[in-house]
Structure formats: C-alpha cells, structure tokens
Ligand binder design. Structure first.
Ligand code: PMP
Ligand code: GLN
Length: 385
C-alpha cells in the first residue's frame, strides 16, 4: 500500500497497542505459559455451547432488536432483582452490548461532553481514559495507593469540580483484586449527592468476591443506582470472553442517551449467543460454582507462591493476583515481565501499564483463570526464582 502522505494528527497520541495484546503476543512468541491477559484457558460449559448451537440452528441469525433480545434482557433484569434487589424496566433500562468495553465506551460517548471532567482511579483499566479523551473529556486521576490500594475519599472529594461529569468505579478491581466495602459506597454517595455526576460502575468481576464478602454493587444502594450506569460481562462469568456479550443497566433517562449512541456504535449484538445465554442464565447454582472455582484457584496460587521470593499482595476478588518481586530483581516491571516470559516461560502484566505516567511500584499481575495443569506448571517455574 502506498503511504498516506498528509500530516496526521492523532486523536490518541499517547496510546499504543494494549499491554494485554503485547504480552499475549510475547507469550506466544516464546511458547510461555500465558498468565498475562485475563481470560480462562478452559472452555465454557458444554451445555452453553449446545444452547448456542441450537440457537444458531433454530433461526436466530438475523439482527436482534437494538437493545438486545427480549429474553436476555428479561433474564438480566431477573438476575439483578434477585441478587441485588434492584428493579430495572426491561423495555427501557437494560441494553445488551458487544462486551463490557463497548458498554463503557458507549456510556462515555453518550454522556461526556467536550471539556467535561471524568474521575478514574489509578491503577486504571486501560480503556477508560482513551474513551474519555476521544470525546474531548478531561481525565482526572484519583490514586489507589499500594500496597492496600484503598480509595482516599477526602482526596477524591477534593478532585470534584463543577465540571465533573462522571466518576468511573471498578469493584472488584482489575488489576489489584481489591474489593470496595459498603462504607466505600456510602462515601461515594456522600460525594455525589446533590451533583449531576453520573457513576459508571464496571462490575465485570461481580461474581468473584472471595472469603464470604459481598459484592457491593451500586445496585444495592438506590441513591447511587439512580445516577449510575452499571456494566457487567458474560465473558467473565461463563468463560466466554471471545463471545463479547455484556450488558448495561441504567435509569430510563440515562439509558435513553446510552441507546442513542449504542445504535450507531454497534446497533445490535450477536443474536444466537444472546438466546443461548438467556436460557443458561436460568440454571441455578452457577454463580456459587464459579466462585468456588476461582477461590480454589486463588488459594492454590497463593499457597504455592507463599513459599517463594514473590511477595503476595491481597486478593479479595477478580481472577488476578498481584505480587511484588523486589527480592528477585531490581528491574523495572516491564523489563521483569519480559524477561520472565522469555527466560522462564511465564507471562504476566506489568502494573505500570495501568498508570498514565507508567508509574512503577515493582508490582506485576498474574491471571489465575487457568487450568490446574497450566497453573501447576507455571507455579513450578515461579517458585524457583
Ligand atoms: N472492564 C474490566 C475491569 C475488565 O477487566 C475487562 C476485561 N478484562 C473489561 C472491562 C472488558 O470486558 P469485555 O471483554 O466484556 O469487553
Ligand atoms: N481485561 C482483560 C485483562 O485485564 C483483557 C481484555 C483485553 O485484552 N482487552 O487482562
């Protein structure tokens, strides 16, 4: 292809390829065990695959309605009513999206005007800031300081101005595995009360909250729910990240704006997987089973590394475990994970990738959503370092 010769001014000058793609490619290149990008290396339940097959063969192959298949929207509304006591109107307040990434992008595109300020918490999931910047919004960073990564609510309050349009929250939190408490949600409610601030709540790890703690969805807090767009993803919950099916919930006024953008960003989402998921969501016991699976994997992972030179940070939720490696190396986190991948055959994510200034606390993230075999081979290598 001949070159594009006109001067090109980038809308995202600071952005390269996401660290998840970079590290997965490096893992593949070196045949390393891939504990970097967050996805299971095992299959969705066979019954769900059968339902997908049936849906595709059963005539569900044309455009779904713009907001999503009614059966799936009904199943989502029933789920959140049962789990969180939240009532969302199926016709106007539930929308099926092409992954949580699209739901987050769409919420931001629909609600953030040029010059609006959006508060996010660092370390921050990599899609939030570019999504805000593409709308001409200004990203304001609140720090979750290591090693506890707890929010400092007085500091957050000091960041709020008359231009603050949105606060993006994420509990359980990627990458740190921390979980916010009911007190955190009350502190957030105190800050936004009486303002026009919208809360965008990324709850994709809602079913991975360990040790008997409870997921503090904004949906449990009516005062917050009434100003929130909630996002969750079937990719995490059903071991099907490649399906890219997720959803957003919001009060009618917010969802009306969301849908105006949604219809031109994706219009509608893969129909047969919506039909299959709607049926599978009725199966009892899945969330308990999922929690037991990941809590078990977390425990195996931590147990094995507790005898190593890695220092384990707390893991209260998600399928990520962060560690410090100061006793092993004084390299920067990027250099360390690259060498870990190349020389020791285990890939991880440098947590500096979750900071706009690549701040390096010497912390890396492992994903333990992997088969028993992958985990035991990886742990065998890691404990020797
Ligand atoms: N938010 C967070 C915090 C995530 O970790 C991820 C995916 N790992 C997403 C959003 C995106 O989810 P999806 O794959 O459904 O787009
Ligand atoms: N969210 C996943 C992670 O944190 C990866 C998703 C992606 O690759 N965009 O690893």
């Amino acid at each position: 292809m001949p070159s594009f010769t006109h001067p090109l001014s980038s809308r995202l000058p600071q952005v390269g390829t996401t660290i998840f793609s970079v590290m997965s490619a490096l893992a593949q290149e070196h045949g390393a065990l891939n504990l970097s990008q967050g996805f299971p290396d095992f299959e969705p339940p066979a019954e769900l695959l059968n339902l997908l097959d049936q849906a595709a063969r059963g005539g569900h192959n044309q455009y779904a309605p713009m907001a999503g298949m009614p059966v799936l929207r009904e199943a989502i509304a029933a789920k959140v009513a049962q789990l969180y006591g939240a009532q969302y109107d199926v016709a106007h307040e539930v929308t099926v999206t092409a992954g949580a990434t699209q739901a987050l992008f769409t919420a931001i595109a629909a609600l953030v005007h040029p010059g609006d300020e959006v508060i996010v918490f660092t370390p921050v999931y990599d899609s939030y800031a570019p999504s805000v910047e593409l709308q001409g919004g200004k990203v304001i960073y609140a720090d979750l300081a290591p090693p506890g990564y707890r929010p400092d609510w007085a500091a957050v309050k000091a960041l709020v101005t008359s231009r603050t349009r949105m606060i993006v929250i994420n509990s359980p939190h990627n990458p740190t595995g921390t979980v916010w408490t009911a007190d955190d949600m009350r502190a957030l409610a105190d800050i936004v009360r009486g303002t026009g601030i919208v809360v965008l709540s990324d709850e994709v790890y809602e079913h991975m909250v360990f040790d008997g703690a409870r997921h503090e969805s904004v949906m449990r807090h009516p005062e917050l729910a009434q100003r929130s767009v909630v996002v969750s993803s079937f990719g995490k919950t059903y071991h099907a990240t490649g399906w890219k099916v997720a959803y957003a919930l919001a009060p009618r006024e917010l969802m009306a704006e969301f849908r105006k953008a949604h219809q031109f960003i994706v219009f509608t989402v893969h129909a047969p997987s919506q039909v299959a998921l709607a049926e599978f969501l009725k199966r009892p016991g899945w969330y308990e089973q999922l929690l037991a699976l990941y809590q078990g994997k977390r425990d195996i992972f931590r147990q094995a590394l507790s005898g190593s030179r890695f220092e384990l940070l707390p893991c209260q939720g998600t399928y990520f475990q962060c560690v410090k490696y100061a006793a092993i190396s004084d390299e920067g986190d990027r250099a360390f994970v690259e060498r870990l991948t190349r020389e020791h055959g285990v890939a991880a994510i440098p947590v500096s990738a979750f900071y706009p200034d690549a701040r390096d606390h010497g912390v890396i993230r492992f994903c333990f959503a992997k088969s028993a075999d992958t985990l035991s081979r990886a742990l065998e290598r890691l404990v020797q370092l």
